[in-house]
Design a protein around this ligand. Structure first.
Ligand SMILES: Nc1ncnc2c1ncn2[C@@H]1O[C@H](COP(=O)(O)OP(=O)(O)O)[C@@H](O)[C@H]1O
Ligand SMILES: [Mg+2]
Length: 141
């Protein structure tokens, strides 16, 4: 699928749309430059899964775990490896307890830094491309 957005509200809507086709155990690999809208898309997506907390960017926390209210998904894990120093740091905070678990959705910003972790089958790639300061193109597999 391909989407185009001009505002961050549109980007949240794309996240909500993507949430409708998510299954428990999926791992979303979110590609795109800094400021392209990965965290904005995530915000819409997790809202649609019934997460009540505001999904702020976990850039400083590395990993945030949210409780979802959804028939198939009980937990949403949001990781941002942008400031990751050592590629083992995400394992140290417990990511492998969540990856590919049937009642859990994981969303990973900058997945290339820790690509060795994504050996399961249920990976879903989403790429965001900058068109200009406001317009973005989103490509899903
Ligand atoms: N079409 C758009 N989609 C998403 N964000 C947009 C768009 N146009 C402008 N923006 C702005 O770009 C920034 C995107 O930030 P963020 O979602 O944190 O990006 P990332 O997580 O990829 O670094 C926000 O400040 C947002 O307001
Ligand atoms: Mg981000």
């Amino acid at each position: 699928m391909e989407y185009k957005t001009v505002t961050s509200e549109d980007m949240e809507q794309v996240g909500k749309q993507i949430a409708k086709s998510i299954n428990g155990g999926d791992v979303i690999l979110l590609y795109g430059e800094l400021g392209s809208g990965k965290s904005t898309l995530t915000k819409g997506l997790v809202k649609e899964l019934g997460v009540k907390e505001i999904a702020t960017s976990p850039t400083f926390a590395l990993m945030n775990v949210y409780k979802a209210i959804h028939p198939k998904i009980k937990k949403v894990v949001h990781c941002d490896t942008y400031r990751l120093r050592d590629k083992n740091d995400l394992e140290d905070v417990g990511i492998t307890d969540y990856l590919y678990k049937p009642d859990t959705l994981c969303i990973i910003e900058w997945p290339d830094k820790v690509s060795h972790l994504f050996t399961g089958k249920n990976n879903k790639k989403i790429s965001i491309e900058y068109i200009d300061s406001e317009r973005r193109k989103i490509i899903t597999e």
